[in-house]
Design a protein around this ligand. Structure first.
Ligand code: ZN
Length: 62
């Protein structure tokens, strides 16, 4: 029954991955507003919003 145990191990590994939240990913703080972002791409797009708000300092409610 070695094959079965191997499958069980794979299953457990999958479960561990599924149950573990993506909290292991280091959060990157925004240097402007110190908001924490999950990924570099998220930080990049977030910085773009800061640039937009800089050029338009007022008048954005949403
Ligand atoms: Zn920010």
């Amino acid at each position: 029954m070695n094959g079965k145990t191997a499958i069980e191990k794979k299953r457990q590994a999958r479960k561990a991955r599924a149950t573990n939240p993506p909290g292991d990913i280091p959060l990157i703080p925004c240097p402007t507003c110190s908001r924490k972002l999950r990924a570099r791409i998220g930080l990049f797009s977030h910085l773009c919003t800061h640039r937009q708000t800089r050029s338009q300092t007022q008048g954005l409610d949403h």
